[in-house]
Write a protein of this length. Structure first.
Length: 545
């Protein structure tokens, strides 16, 4: 049986989990989930040839940009068997200017300026333009558009079956340098202004542009590209492109079923149970108010199926967290956001205008930690929530760490102490968490429900399924947290001794509905000082029927 499984694994198609180079992926015969029908729709619309799309990191934006580069280079051999090969696409070659701004240094404005100047000129030379080093990079960019467009017109007249007219401009992670610098708003604004000088060069040259495609995580509306290019088409939340990035349930089955069947067998699950658990962990991203279809995070699928571990785990976070969000969270109290249900959100909150007045909800949404749960067309309002279990655990660990002014590793370690019922160490860490919350820079904005929410972040981050205000026949338990290893029932008191918490736990019988599970049940009382908001007393007792 083991030998048969190993033989099956050896014959499975390759999974790409690292490269965002389309040519490399195709040459290595790795799995490519065919999204070229969406690409064909975009590039064929001559009335909307300037396109912007935002998606969370590691969702296939860079791979799509690489695909477009090869498409406009006329490399038909790389698209064999894909949807676009069966269309009327002409496979003409165009000059392509390609920028990828994710790796530029932002240590200081001066270093960014030098790196930016050098990088832009280098990419213009790759595109076939002879830069003038006595000019600024944005002046070279403007002249490159004109010169390369003129050359493309000559080539198209001489060899119309091989060359097309106009320049193709591909800008990947256009917002990355600004996002990297958000911890220092003044620096971020200076970087934004410098990049705006580059983007402004396209305003008077749109007639020379055959196709412009720009990607990012956020939409910084004050970058000149959005004001200069009045005809830019933002497809980020349009229904026809809702599943252009990420994998649908049907695509997962079509392209990855052999891998999933092998993995299900390793995990000892039926294929149906495996698919249900896979969906709970990695599928939940919804990118359009009109479409209710949700998609899987592609990098999560790739790592999960390539590693073939005997359990599902958070994989997206292991590839790094978005610096834009991390820099923002260093400045803000996140405890007022309930990520499980953010209601009555207006569409205007999704764009980022003033860097010194950012919305936590906007950044959580754009970076992929929140997604669309529902949309009410009459009021044009959104309800947002956490996409899936993987994101829930990472976000809650992140928030618990931020609330405690500690590292994410510290928050994860505190969760493990809870799982192992190491109560003295757990309560010591919990007191530190609440002390940081009480005396942080946003002390005046801490609400009473933040006591429970702060704890809920910690619980979700280490795999508990929890219910706040758990309604029972005899009352409402403050927090019931369930885990395969144990069940914890928390009662929180403000300005009352911890004995009152245990008296209520026993009197109301909050543990009774969970006795049949056979797992250990712990009753936990927490008492907070009303003035200082510190956790001043706490205890845990095993439930005894």
């Amino acid at each position: 049986m083991i030998s048969a499984m190993q033989d099956t694994e050896q014959t499975l198609p390759k999974i790409n989990d690292v490269s965002d180079d389309f040519a490399e992926l195709r040459k290595n015969d790795a799995i490519y989930v065919d999204k070229t029908a969406f690409v064909h729709k975009l590039v064929s619309d001559r009335n909307s040839n300037i396109v912007f799309v935002s998606r969370p990191r590691r969702f296939g934006k860079s791979l799509t940009v690489s695909l477009l580069k090869n498409l406009f280079n006329g490399r038909r051999e790389l698209f064999k068997g894909l949807a676009i090969e069966r269309t009327d696409w002409k496979w003409l070659k165009h000059p392509v200017i390609y920028f990828r701004f994710n790796e530029l240094t932002t240590v200081s404005v001066e270093e960014f300026a030098a790196d930016f100047e050098s990088y832009v000129n280098k990419q213009l030379r790759y595109a076939g333009f002879d830069c003038d080093d006595t000019q600024s990079c944005w002046q070279n960019f403007g002249q490159a558009i004109e010169t390369l467009a003129e050359k493309s017109s000559r080539d198209a007249r001489e060899r119309p079956d091989e060359f097309g007219e106009g320049v193709v401009i591909l800008i990947d992670e256009y917002d990355a340098p600004v996002g990297h610098a958000l911890a220092d708003v003044e620096k971020a604004e200076k970087i934004r202004d410098r990049m705006s000088s580059l983007y402004a060069q396209m305003k008077s040259r749109t007639g020379d542009i055959r196709f412009l495609f720009m990607t990012g995580v956020s939409k910084f509306t004050k970058l000149s590209v959005f004001s200069a290019l009045s005809n830019i088409k933002d497809v980020s939340m349009l229904d026809p492109y809702a599943t252009m990035f990420g994998y649908t349930e049907e695509e997962l089955g079509e392209y990855f079923e052999p891998h999933m069947r092998v993995h299900a067998a390793k995990m000892g699950l039926s294929y149906e149970d495996y698919r249900a658990e896979m969906k709970r962990w990695y599928n939940g991203f919804r990118f359009s108010p009109e479409s209710e279809t949700t998609v899987y995070n592609p990098i999560s699928v790739a790592y999960t199926l390539k590693d073939q571990k005997r359990h599902f785990s958070a994989t997206w976070a292991t590839t790094g967290r978005p610096s834009m969000l991390m820099n923002f969270l260093k400045r803000e109290d996140v405890l007022q956001v309930n990520p499980e249900a953010v209601e009555d959100v207006d569409a205007s909150e999704f764009d980022v205008a003033e860097l010194n007045n950012l919305s936590a909800i906007a950044l959580l949404f754009q970076s992929g930690y929140l997604t669309i749960r529902d949309y009410e067309p009459l009021t044009e309002s959104y309800t947002l929530g956490v996409p899936d279990e993987e994101v829930r655990r990472d976000l809650c660990t992140l928030m618990a760490g931020v609330a405690a002014r500690q590292s994410n590793a510290w928050a994860a370690s505190l969760g493990k102490k809870l799982l192992n019922a190491k109560w003295p160490q757990f309560f010591e860490g919990l007191k530190s968490l609440y002390a940081a919350m009480a005396y942080g820079s946003t002390e005046g904005s801490v609400h009473e429900n933040s006591y429970g929410r702060c704890l809920s972040f910690l619980l979700a981050g280490c795999g508990f399924r929890f219910r706040m205000e758990d309604v029972q026949a005899s009352g409402r338990a403050d927090i019931v947290a369930d885990h395969p290893a144990l069940t914890c029932i928390f009662e929180l008191k403000v300005g009352e001794p911890v004995d009152e918490a245990f008296a209520q736990l026993r009197e109301k019988g909050y543990a009774d509905p969970y006795r049949a599970s056979g797992k250990p049940i712990w009753l936990i009382g927490l008492s907070f000082d009303r003035e200082t908001r510190k956790l001043v007393d706490c205890a845990a007792k095993p439930y005894e029927a």
